[in-house]
Design a protein around this ligand. Sequence first.
Ligand SMILES: Nc1ncnc2c1ncn2[C@@H]1O[C@H](COP(=O)(O)OP(=O)(O)OP(=O)(O)O)[C@@H](O)[C@H]1O
Ligand SMILES: [Mg+2]
Length: 366
Amino acid sequence: MSSSRESWESMFVGESPALRALVDEVRLLRGSDVPVLVVGETGTGKEAVARAIGGGALALPAAGGAAPFVPVNCAAIPEPLLEAELFGVERGAFTGATERRLGRIEEADGGTLFLDEIGELPLSAQAKILRVLQEHRFRRVGGGAERPSAFRVVAATHRNLRAAVREGRFREDLFFRLAVYEVDVPPLRVRTGDIAVLARHFLPSSMQLAPSALAILERHPWPGNIRELQNVLRRAALIAGSMGGVEVAGPHLPAYLVRSVPPPVIATSFRPSRLSEHPKMPSIFPPVIVRASTRPEAMSAPPEPRERTGGSQRPARLADLERQALQQALHRCNGDIARVVRELGVGRSTVYRKIKQYKLERRRSE
Ligand SMILES: Nc1ncnc2c1ncn2[C@@H]1O[C@H](COP(=O)(O)OP(=O)(O)OP(=O)(O)O)[C@@H](O)[C@H]1O
Ligand SMILES: [Mg+2]
């Protein structure tokens, strides 16, 4: 029992209070059979939460073996096919139904029925689902007897179902039947502290993450949440690896990430002329061309909450980051300037000037 607990917990990477609270909720729900509604923005891990809940102790069938976890993507099934998909089809029910086909409700008997994207379900289909949830009985398309199916229901949506209920787009009775317990999966922007550990988790074990790249990742608001982070790291690892590198650095990240910085930082930080007190001195960060379209109001992502990264201190923090990045590169390269130049992709004279400007040691003193 404890080893299975460990295996589901290890799927949830992160140490932030928000993530730990989520894991605690999942643990609680694994020990019950109450219907659960999982809500959260796209890519936050709603399906991961549903699967973890579905793998709980009550789902284990008495006969042993894994309990079924049966996902139904409500957004992907055309309405005319939904009934057949959910309830199954009796042989000869219609032309072409040459074999009996089990429906999702029947397959979920003894396990979990996961109604993903439940907010996309049209009203007529909502009525059918409601009936099954009330009675736990169904009839295959094409007749036959009513059959029982004992399943636990977990639903998920990125929509605000309460608003949909108010607007008459979602049945209130179905909402209350599904949302006996509501789990709100936090977006990545409220748990910035998890980005470093998640990023390393998504990189191949042979690859490092440069502090300058982490700083960029930590400033992005992540509208696509964990999935977006995962995609960014996959791409970065591919590019860094193709150049024979073992470290993901700023230049390996997509340009939109570097640009997705709130206004004071866009205007001051990545512009070489503003980073240091010396206007002509280039930055060790790659220069980024700032266009009008990178203004936050023109970007699809919402601006980051201020408290997350200490927005008011950003310009100072960026100089710090530059100093830190150079200091770490010097240590990694044991003071070998030629290697630092190659690693950071900047000119030799820039490295010397920055060492002097920041009064850095070329080698560790210990
Ligand atoms: N806490 C976590 N730690 C590590 N990986 C995670 C975590 N949560 C989710 N993931 C990964 O993030 C990706 C997105 O998760 P998932 O598909 O569960 O999100 P979702 O909220 O259902 O997304 P969508 O709204 O697009 O359906 C998956 O690859 C999943 O494995
Ligand atoms: Mg999903």
